[in-house]
Design a protein around this ligand. Structure first.
Ligand code: TXA
Ligand code: MG
Length: 311
């Protein structure tokens, strides 16, 4: 698609009319609206059933646009240069003269920003005069969508338009890094964080589990839930369960669902949400998951499963 493509034009029209629409990104699909508009951003919260105190991420086309709204620093430029556009969200200080709607930040002085690499998302952002606020396009606390059909699955008739960008390549949300005070990783995600250390010689502290009075409510423990119980580190499948596996077993079983057949963790993370959604749709009442190694993207899978399995 290019800027003159009729679907991009349609998307621009909806957004200029302060509507929210579904958009593809390389991580997951987003529910997008003009980040400068109070009216448009309010619609995101209403559609998702999202608490007003859970701030949204804003998506930019380039750094010049971002500099109008945020205070940047040396570490930001360093990370941006090697990792953007891509599956990374930066938390930065908001500028006083920023036009970002107060709904986006919940009146706070920081902003989550991201430069998606998906070609269609970039074409859309380039065609607009404002950045896009976009949380994952799912009902609050549910599973993030990775195709346009997943978005319709979540919102049905309530959503007016979804821009189709095929299946999200990464399949899990962006990695969130706060650069406001001491740099910290707030959410594991689509970025392989081992490269921070290897390539950039950075060792960042992790602060993943929010406790009590927190600045990122969406990182609370119950999240990404398919709405049915999940049993972790399962060896044998029990009656009525769907078993999620990452390595091929000799025996066939219609209740086995593979994220990968070869222990491939990148493939597994890509298939995670799709598989959880599929199992739920098939009507299973319980899910069991084989032990997933706690390394590389296994860490992300375990993080999401742990949150999804909280009652
Ligand atoms: O990959 C992604 O990041 C996707 C795509 C659509 O870009 N978006 C996404 O947005 O996952 P959402 O809203 O589902 O998750 C964003 C998380 C939330 O947990 C929110 O609490 C946190 O980022 N967040 C947003 N602004 C923040 C801020 N200023 N400080 C700390 N956490 C923030
Ligand atoms: Mg989300």
């Amino acid at each position: 698609m290019n800027i003159n493509d009729s679907n991009i034009k349609k998307a621009v029209k909806y957004l200029n009319n302060e509507e929210c629409i579904g958009i593809p990104t390389e991580t997951v699909y987003g529910l997008a609206a003009n980040a400068y508009s109070n009216k448009a951003t309010k619609k995101i919260f209403n559609l998702k059933g999202r608490p007003a105190n859970n701030p949204l991420i804003v998506h930019y086309y380039n750094i010049q646009d971002l500099e109008k709204d945020c205070v940047t620093n040396a570490l930001f430029y360093k990370l941006y240069k090697s990792l953007s556009p891509g599956p990374i969200t930066f938390i930065l200080k908001l500028k006083n003269q920023s036009k970002i709607s107060k709904n986006v930040t919940n009146n706070k002085k920081t902003l989550g920003v991201r430069f998606p690499s998906h070609r269609i998302a970039r074409t859309l952002l380039k065609s607009l005069k404002y950045p896009l606020a976009a949380p994952s396009a799912n009902i609050s606390e549910g599973i993030s969508p990775v195709t346009k059909d997943d978005v319709y699955d979540e919102f049905g008739e309530k959503i007016k338009f979804v821009l189709n960008g095929g299946r999200s390549k990464v399949g899990v949300e962006s990695t969130i890094i706060s650069l406001v005070k001491k740099p910290q990783i707030l959410r594991l995600g689509g970025l392989d964080i081992s490269i921070l250390n290897k390539k950039l010689k950075l060792k960042l502290e992790k602060r993943l589990h929010s406790r009590g009075n927190i600045n990122s409510p969406g990182r609370k423990r119950v999240h990404y839930s398919p709405g049915i119980p999940i049993r972790l580190n399962a060896v044998k499948i029990k009656k009525d369960e769907a078993l999620i596996l990452i390595k091929k077993r000799k025996e066939n079983n219609k209740n086995y669902f593979y994220l990968s057949k070869t222990n491939n963790l990148i493939e597994s993370v890509k298939n995670l949400y799709k598989t959880l959604r599929k199992i739920k749709k098939l009507g299973y009442k319980k899910i069991a998951v084989q032990r997933i190694p706690n390394r590389k993207f296994g860490l992300v899978i375990n993080d999401r499963l742990l949150r999804a399995s909280q009652k």
